[in-house]
Ligand binder design. Structure first.
Ligand code: 2NE
Length: 270
């Protein structure tokens, strides 16, 4: 696959090919730990992929084979969050998690090596996860003085069950790719050397499917676990579909033409 890189980023790469956007966290010297800049750049890249009508699926990954992402960069962690050049303490990975959930295109985590801490939560937030056979999963919060009580906890619990989620968080153990597969934490385990090839194959399969059907399914599955915020997203999608109908367009046209709308030709469905 012939990736085309674009954008001026310091901590990430943004690449596209064949309707796929690949977003790579590029801080391998820190096992792809994120700092505020990384997250701002990731948000920008995900927005680009969302707005680009040629893109139907997004891969999130980490540079190199050692790590997908090791979470927040503990070396720039201040007393109230992760601190960038502006001196402000932030937990802006939470904004990125919400963005991935709301983005109406499938996002696939492509995991080689460690998906740990806040990096583990990122893969949990993605729609699908393809793991290399060297992947390692786990949370570290209670060890390093942190926790994620949002998606990191209850979405994980929905994914692997309450008992397993408690074990993962309370004990901070690490799990290999096969164990992750057995607990439903990942969709597939593939040899490291075939990780991208297999992930792209999944992307190509997704690209053959109806974009609106995928959008509605993502919204529907997330609506159950996101409560009112999920319903807000799903309701927005219902409005989108309605706007695309002649019935809704009659209302708009009548207003513009300063006449009474005529909805009589539209059926009252059972
Ligand atoms: C990821 C892991 C298990 C890898 O171990 P290993 O043995 O393969 O590598 P090593 O030697 O530990 O790491 C290589 C280099 O990367 C740095 C290390 O410090 C080391 O550099 P030097 O010190 O030798 O120069 N590095 C790795 N992870 C880093 C990190 N997160 N921040 C800064 N530098 C890092 C092992 O490295 C590990 O356990 N890493 C820490 C994982 C962790 O605890 N992450 C934070 C969880 S809290 C969080 O992410 C969070 C949250 O809970 C809520 C909101 C926001 C964030």
């Amino acid at each position: 696959i012939d990736w085309k890189r674009s954008g001026e980023y310091e901590d990430i790469w943004y690449e596209t090919a064949e309707g796929i956007a690949k977003i790579t966290i590029n801080r391998p010297e820190r096992r792809n730990a994120f700092r505020p800049t990384t997250l701002f750049e990731l948000q920008d890249a995900f927005n680009r992929a969302r707005d680009d009508g040629d893109i139907g699926v997004i891969i999130l990954t980490g540079a190199g084979n050692e790590a997908f992402c090791s979470g927040g960069d503990q070396k720039i962690r201040g007393d109230d969050g992760y601190v960038g050049p502006d001196g402000i303490g932030r937990l802006n990975v939470l904004d990125l998690q919400v963005q991935i959930r709301r983005l109406p295109k499938p996002v696939i985590a492509m995991v080689a090596g460690y998906a740990i801490g806040g990096g583990h939560v990122l893969h949990v937030c993605c729609d699908l996860t393809i793991a290399a056979d060297n992947a390692v999963f786990g949370q570290t919060g209670p060890k390093v003085g942190s926790f994620d009580g949002g998606y990191g906890s209850w979405l994980l619990a929905q994914t692997v069950g309450l008992k397993k989620a408690r074990e993962i968080w309370y004990l901070c153990r690490q799990y290999n790719a096969q164990q992750a597969l057995e607990m439903g934490l990942v969709n597939a385990v593939v040899p490291l050397e075939r990780l991208e090839e297999e992930t792209v194959a999944w992307c190509r399969e997704l690209l053959e499917k109806s974009p609106l059907a995928l959008r509605m399914l993502k919204g529907a599955i997330n609506a159950v676990s996101d409560g009112a915020a999920g319903m807000q997203q799903f309701a927005g999608d219902a409005t989108l579909l309605y706007y695309m109908s002649e019935e809704a367009q009659e209302g708009r046209d009548a207003f513009k033409e300063k006449r009474k709308p005529d909805f009589s030709r539209f059926p009252r469905r059972p």
